[in-house]
Design a protein around this ligand. Structure first.
Ligand SMILES: [Zn+2]
Length: 72
């Protein structure tokens, strides 16, 4: 399923050097770590993140369905 927020970017900060990287949510759904420009591998805790995104997607689609019902 394509999520509503897939193209949104969130900023990840490397804990080692402080370098900031923008990653799209679509990318974050498939990856749990990335390699910073400094060579440090940053592990991203995506578990809670994915739950939150799924809830946001669901809330949006629920809202759309509610609006459709109101217009019928
Ligand atoms: Zn770094």
């Amino acid at each position: 399923m394509v999520g509503l927020f897939d193209n949104c970017e969130i900023q990840i900060t490397c804990p080692k050097c402080g370098h900031k990287t923008d990653k799209r949510i679509r990318w974050l759904k498939r990856n749990s770590k990335y390699t910073c420009v400094c060579g440090n591998t940053v592990n991203i805790d995506t578990k809670q993140f994915k739950i939150t995104i799924a809830e946001m997607d669901k809330a949006y689609f629920d809202l759309q369905n509610t609006i459709k019902i109101l217009h019928e």
